[in-house]
Design a protein around this ligand. Structure first.
Ligand SMILES: CC(=O)SCCNC(=O)CCNC(=O)[C@H](O)C(C)(C)COP(=O)(O)OP(=O)(O)OC[C@H]1O[C@@H](n2cnc3c(N)ncnc32)[C@H](O)[C@@H]1OP(=O)(O)O
Length: 470
């Protein structure tokens, strides 16, 4: 193969070079950089990076408007971009300045219960060009970012996954779930209790201004919620969606008001083309400062004329709406999918941050092939305030010595329960019972009492729920 040597090593590689790596007959340079002011003109490396992610997700080449908007939110959120560049490419191949692998992260927050917002590293836009995949590029990007996140003191990292099979090996466990639901609107929704407040149709531009404030109220009140970034609001209000790269003039908005006419929730929605029956309305975003506001917004969208059914893709797994309805047969779950995946980087900080309803002490052995959370950790809530201490190293196993990314779990002396760190991620927000994970073979417990204790510790008063896609 005739390789054209366009060396991307400094000064052409943007930002900080983090490492060099060779695999599959190629040499790569990894770099990390931010997005400055000045849009596309001021950020040529970020432009190539955005082109690479769109290619990675099989999306159209970005328009100038998409590039400007993408760079604008990335600058505002101070995201860190990571990329891998090939040292050389053959004739006609994409140029060496176009990354073959992309990765980004930024600071956000996770509601861990009782309104506590935990600082979190949010990871997204992970792509590796198919002709360079399975050579360890993702692993290097992920390791570089998680190392950095741990050094910077992030207790957890979060992501939403395209494929469930990828991220467990990096210590992420599925921790919140959403349901796609379809609610029959041929007859007016009958509710067992009267709804609160009033709803008024609203101007899209005004809702764009209001939505971040109302979302923040939801975020602070709903355990499991993840913070949003600036690109969500234009998309949900029809101003501009980055995926089809255009405005959506069919999007309509409505706002919910409390008894003093203060806004406390909103819904945005679109009528699907009405050439076929049943006539369908799709909810793009539905955010209430409290669950009763969300129910009132549902009552509004299902009361609209010329609508036979209302669909929403981000309903809670445990939805108060279905219990509020007189006829729950009108509510149909069409699918369920994982939403936020949690990666515990610092078990002491993460476990001390969330609330517990039981008092006691339990020693948890964590298996973490990347090392961050590995060891025996004592969680003690006897004083009423959770205290977590690393009490011992975990004895090494044959899987550790073999460098397996998903090692088998054994119960060491001194531990009550043992699990991999991804399993702790799934337990962390209370979406699943410890006994269910033990039945799945993911938790080893000293005895039934120890498993019941773990379950009592990790259970939460409400099911975790978030509406953020990132
Ligand atoms: C948070 C997000 O952004 S989700 C979006 C993820 N991106 C996509 O789905 C876009 C299309 N896919 C891709 O770009 C790539 O195939 C990626 C990013 C999924 C994988 O990148 P690669 O560089 O091939 O991964 P890499 O070679 O580093 O493999 C790391 C590990 O993950 C495993 N792995 C990689 N891809 C997959 C997969 N699709 N399914 C299962 N396992 C996978 C590898 O076997 C390897 O395992 P090991 O370390 O335990 O041996």
């Amino acid at each position: 193969m005739d390789l054209t040597h366009e060396a991307p090593t400094p000064p052409t590689t943007p930002g900080t070079v983090t490492e060099s790596y060779s695999a599959g007959g190629h040499d790569y340079t990894f770099a990390e950089f931010g997005v400055g002011p000045g849009g596309t003109a001021g950020n040529p490396a970020a432009v190539e990076w955005v082109r690479a992610i769109r290619q990675g997700f099989h999306q159209a080449e970005p328009t100038e408007e998409t590039l400007e908007r993408t760079l604008s939110w990335m600058h505002a959120e101070r995201v860190r971009l990571r990329a891998a560049y090939p040292h050389a490419v053959p004739e006609a191949a994409l140029p060496t300045r176009r990354p073959v692998a992309t990765f980004t992260s930024w600071e956000g927050s996770l509601n861990v219960g009782r309104g506590r917002l935990l600082r979190a590293r949010l990871i997204s836009e992970v792509t590796v060009r198919p002709t360079h995949s399975r050579r360890g590029l993702l692993r290097r990007l992920m390791t570089g970012d998680l190392d950095r996140a741990q050094r910077d003191g992030y207790p957890v990292a979060l992501l939403t996954a395209t494929e469930a099979t990828i991220y467990g090996r990096f210590g992420f466990g599925a921790a919140t779930f959403n349901r796609e639901v379809s609610v029959d609107a041929t007859t007016r929704l009958q509710l067992k209790a009267p709804t609160v407040g009033t709803v008024e149709m609203a101007d899209g531009e005004a809702v764009r201004q209001l939505a971040p404030v109302l979302f923040q109220r939801f975020h602070e009140s709903s355990h499991g919620s993840v913070s949003r970034v600036a690109y969500h609001w234009p998309e949900y209000t029809g101003e501009y969606a980055i995926t089809p790269q255009k405005a959506d003039p069919e999007v309509r908005c409505a706002v919910h008001y409390d008894d003093a006419m203060r806004p406390d929730g909103y819904v945005t929605y679109r009528f699907e083309p009405n050439t076929s029956y049943p006539l369908t309305l799709t909810v793009l975003d539905l955010v209430g400062a409290s669950p009763d506001v969300s129910i009132a917004l549902w009552e509004f969208v299902t009361s609209l004329d010329l609508v036979d059914r209302v669909r929403f893709g981000r309903a809670p797994v445990e939805d108060p709406l279905v219990w509020a309805m007189t006829d729950r047969a009108q509510y149909r779950v069409t699918s369920e999918s994982d939403k936020v995946w949690v990666r515990v980087l610092d078990p002491a900080a993460a476990l001390e941050a969330r609330p517990y309803t039981v008092r006691g002490r339990i020693v948890i052995s964590l298996v973490d092939s990347m090392g961050y959370a590995d060891g025996l950790w004592a969680l003690d809530t006897t004083s009423g305030r959770p205290v977590v201490e690393r009490v011992a190293d975990r004895p090494r196993t044959a899987d550790d010595d073999a460098g397996r990314s998903v090692p088998a779990v054994q119960l060491p002396d001194g531990a009550d329960v043992a699990m991999r760190v991804d399993v702790l991620g799934s337990l962390y927000l209370g979406a699943v019972k410890a006994s269910t994970l033990a039945q799945a073979g993911l938790i080893v417990a000293r005895d039934e009492d120890a498993l019941r204790d773990l379950q009592d510790f990790m259970e939460t008063p409400t099911a975790p729920y978030g509406v953020t896609q990132f």
